[in-house]
Design a protein around this ligand. Structure first.
Ligand code: MN
Length: 199
């Protein structure tokens, strides 16, 4: 997939006359690359981890959300690249549309590619391609090193990866932010409150 058409799948899945999700018209690049984790109450509740790579948001659906415990491995299924503007999206995707349900911005911040300074450095596109990502997140709820490792075959959609907390200064087996900090870092609202507002 080339850079120019990496949002084609995203756009094909959506009817922008019906959903308020962004179309991703402008390609922008952040000074420091960003990440976002969106809590999404679709047919199944999951957490969408998105990290900026080459002007788009590379994305994974993580059913259980991120853990702060390095001994936990969380399944992360790769989904289509999303436009940068999606990082701010919070609201309701209408019934009948792709991903119908409520979305909140559960955490966001910047990240650093930890493989860029290694003996054999790897940039983010290369890490994605190799199926081996090592990043350090600076969010409000989630921080420190995380590893994403592809475990199944490389394919256009639904690649299986594992998300793991690195065993570093931010590792903490006692924290469980997914259950103790359910609200949006953007609005302070819960999924229920966002849904009510849109009803
Ligand atoms: Mn989702």
């Amino acid at each position: 997939m080339t850079k120019a058409d990496s949002l084609e799948t995203y756009r094909k899945k959506r009817d922008f006359k019906k959903t308020k999700e962004p179309q991703g018209s402008k390609s922008k690049k952040s000074k420091q690359p960003i990440f976002v984790i969106q809590k999404h109450n679709a047919s199944n509740l999951h957490y969408d981890l998105r990290i900026e790579v080459d002007g788009v948001l590379a994305s994974w659906a993580v059913p259980k959300g991120p853990s702060t415990d390095p001994s936990e491995k969380r399944l992360a299924v790769r989904t289509e690249d999303h436009p940068m503007e999606y990082a701010d999206f919070e609201g309701v995707i209408p019934e009948g549309e792709y991903g119908a349900g409520t979305v909140l911005v559960w955490d966001t911040g910047t990240y650093q590619n930890l493989r860029e300074n290694k003996d054999e450095p790897s940039d983010m596109p290369q890490s994605l391609d190799e199926g081996k990502i090592e990043i350090r997140l600076e969010g409000k709820k989630i921080s420190g090193g995380y590893n994403l490792i592809r475990t199944g075959p490389k394919k256009p959609e639904q690649e299986r990866w594992l998300l793991m907390k690195a065993d570093d200064d931010r590792a903490d087996a006692r924290r469980n932010p997914v259950s103790t900090q359910p609200e949006s870092v953007k609005s302070g609202k819960t999924l229920e409150e966002i849904k009510e507002e849109n009803d």
